[in-house]
Design a protein around this ligand. Structure first.
Ligand code: SAM
Length: 165
């Protein structure tokens, strides 16, 4: 059966997503300040060089607490938009609240599996900060992120090693 024919319940009925939500969410929330502060050092280093411009449509894959999605939404401005996807709605709730506080209205926070969500190929840019290496199936995840891009779209991911291995 093609992925696109699965409904949300079928897509999300995975032990891996259950594990994230039941085991990792409480730990990540407990240590959020250390996690987000530490990871922000890496994203701050590359944000000024990102191929993102006002008006762009952007995906933030495995966006976690949503801080990078908010920064991307500010970069693309009100004529652009960000689809911030994570498989843990408890993380996305932080992002929703922070976006309201920041007055950012051009983000959609979506509780979905990046590996299987039927993205429309309409995005200019796909971003992930330490999201891609946590996929259950990295090949499926990266292929699906590619599907979110329109021709000529660009993907940038931050991971724990160099591109040459
Ligand atoms: C190390 S955290 C990074 C979160 C965020 N990007 C950051 O830099 O703070 C990895 C994130 O990927 C999410 N994730 C892992 N597998 C996923 C999947 N298949 N679909 C959507 N999100 C996923 C997790 O829920 C978690 O929020």
């Amino acid at each position: 059966m093609a992925v696109e024919t699965l409904d949300q319940n079928e897509r999300q009925r995975s032990q891996y997503i259950d594990f994230w939500n039941s085991v990792l969410v409480p730990k990540f929330i407990r240590w959020k300040h250390i996690l987000v502060d530490g990871l922000t050092m890496h994203s701050e280093a590359i944000f000024p060089t990102l191929a993102v411009k006002p008006g762009d449509k952007v995906v933030d894959a495995g966006c976690g607490f949503g801080d990078t999605a908010i920064k991307l939404a500010q970069l693309v401005g009100p004529s652009g938009s960000v689809l911030a996807v994570d498989c843990c709605d408890a993380f996305l709730d932080f992002g929703r609240k922070e976006a309201v506080k920041a007055g950012v209205t051009n983000i959609t926070f979506l509780d979905e599996d990046v590996q299987t969500y039927p993205f429309e190929p309409i995005h200019d840019f796909c971003f992930s900060r330490f999201g891609t290496q946590f996929f259950e199936n990295p090949v499926a995840g990266l292929r699906n992120m590619r599907k979110s891009l329109k021709p000529g779209g660009v993907m940038t991911m931050i991971v724990w090693r160099g591109i040459k291995g």
